[in-house]
Structure formats: C-alpha cells, structure tokens
Design a protein. Structure first.
Lengths: 109, 173
C-alpha cells in the first residue's frame, strides 16, 4: 500500500479534473445518443461515478475526509435511484413491450 | 505515476465502449469493467473504504440488478433501432462542446498542484467512521429512511397491479 501512496504523489490535480470531465462527457453523449432506456440509465450512472471520483480526488488534495463521506452518501442515493428507475423501466416495458424511449414521446397516451 | 495514466486510459476506453456497444448485455459488462477501473483509482488515492464500497455496491449490487432486469425483458438480441446519423453527429457535437467548455474553464486557473496525500489515514474505515457518526450522523440516518422508501416504492411499482375490475354485470372478480 505504501508504494501505491507514493505512486499518486506526482499526478497533478488538473489531470483528475480532466479525466472526470471526459467520463462525464461520455455519459452525456450516451444519454443523447442511445434510444434504449436501460443504456441511458447506465450513462447516468457513468456521470455519477465521474463526480464521485472527482470528489475523492479533491478530498485527498485538501486532506479533508468530508468529501469521501459525501461520496458514500452519493452511492447510497445511487442505489435507491437504480431500484426506483429500474422498477419504472420494467413498468414501461410491460405497457409498451419495448424499451425504445421514442415510444414515450407523448407522455399521456 | 504512469499507473494512473494507464488506468485512466482504460476508464475512458471502456466508457466509450459502454455507449457504443450494440448489445445491451455487452454494454453492462463493459460498465462493470469501467467501475473496476474506478475502484483501482480509489485504491491509488488510498481511499480504501470507498474502493471496497464501490466494489461491493456498484459492481456487486447495482450492475447485477441491471443484468437481472435485462434478463427479465429478454432483450439480449441487438435489434435496437439506432438514431439517424444527423442526431448522432449532433449528440457528439453537443458533448464535445460541453467538454471544450469545461477544459477551457480549467485552463483559466493555471495552477496545477500535484495531489499529495498529507494524512495516509484519510480514507481508512477508522477515520471515516469517526466522521460519519459524529458530524454526519443525521444525514446517515436520513439516508436509511431514503433506502427504505426506495425499497417500498420499487416493490410497489414493479408488482403487477391486480385491481379488481368490474365485470359488465357489476360483479367483482
């Protein structure tokens, strides 16, 4: 573990921000690009994880453990969100027999 | 130092594969690999508690839930109609604009100090537990309520509603 701790000594903070920005952008593009509701949902998870990584990096950078506690809360929230979201997707699939979000463009009917 | 760049490359590579794979099952498996690289990032930052939680909660629970849902729907054939080319180009262009904006705003703050771990005990369970149960006790308890309500909501939503429908002769069946 000591060698790992030494391994991060030289990574600039900007590179962590850059990595998180790229992963977040990939998530945004995934939401815009795909029509399958489950894959859109997975792209949202990707965005959540990018933010988690950035919060952890800032927490280590500032030496403040509150950031990591916050990441823990985000993970609990993500678990709840996934349970509800997948239940909604299952209901949509039962009603329309597909996962294509373009079927749902009229909301009411 | 080069470990970080290698793992970062793998993260980006698998994340791109997640959104480009045609088959949803492959997409979920690539997402598992992406989350595994995130776990390695947490270990590199010496956030051991978060690494374990990420491993168990994300890779163990959430993605298995995704796989089960996909299995229930029996959609593992790649027949998804893709969007038209112009929409694809617009999506990538919009995402690129977002990335350019973030990177440009990053360039204005020129300072880039290396991430140095001052306190090696920062991400360990002992330290985080002390903070979680002192300063963040109320949010911790509230999050348990959130999980309970999410569980009840998921069960309510996903069960088939067997409402008693009235027959033409007015009797319930």
């Amino acid at each position: 573990m000591e060698s790992f701790t030494n391994a991060i000594q030289a990574v600039p903070l900007n590179h962590y921000i850059l990595l998180s920005a790229i992963i977040f952008t990939i998530g945004v593009v995934g939401v815009l690009l795909r029509r399958n509701a489950i894959i859109i949902f997975m792209s949202v998870e990707l965005m959540l994880n990018a933010v988690n990584l950035l919060l952890t990096a800032f927490s280590v950078y500032r030496g403040d453990a509150a950031g990591q506690v916050f990441v823990f809360f985000i993970m609990a929230l993500a678990a709840a969100e996934v349970a509800i979201g997948l239940a909604i997707i299952v209901m949509i699939y039962r009603n329309t027999n597909s996962l294509d979000i373009n079927v749902l463009n009229r909301l009411k009917w | 130092m080069s470990t970080f760049y290698f793992i970062a490359f793998l993260s980006i590579f698998f994340a791109i594969l997640v959104i480009t794979a045609r088959n949803p099952v492959h997409s979920i498996l690539y997402l598992v690999l992406t989350f595994f690289t995130f776990t390695v990032h947490y270990i590199l930052l010496n956030a051991q508690f978060l690494a374990v939680v990420n491993f168990i909660v994300y890779m163990g629970a959430i993605l298995v839930l995704f796989l089960y849902t996909l299995m229930l729907m029996n959609l593992n054939k790649d027949n998804e109609p893709m969007k038209s080319n112009i929409v694809k180009i617009a999506a990538v262009f919009g995402g690129g604009c977002l990335l350019v904006t973030i990177v440009a705003s990053l360039k204005t703050m020129a300072i880039s100090q290396p991430v140095v771990l001052q306190n090696p005990e920062l991400g360990l369970v002992k330290n985080l537990g002390k903070i979680l149960f002192n300063e963040f006790l109320l949010p911790f308890e509230v999050s348990s309520l959130l999980l309970l309500s999410a569980m009840v909501g998921a069960v309510l939503l996903a069960t088939k509603d067997k409402q008693p429908k009235t027959q033409p002769d007015g009797k319930l069946y």
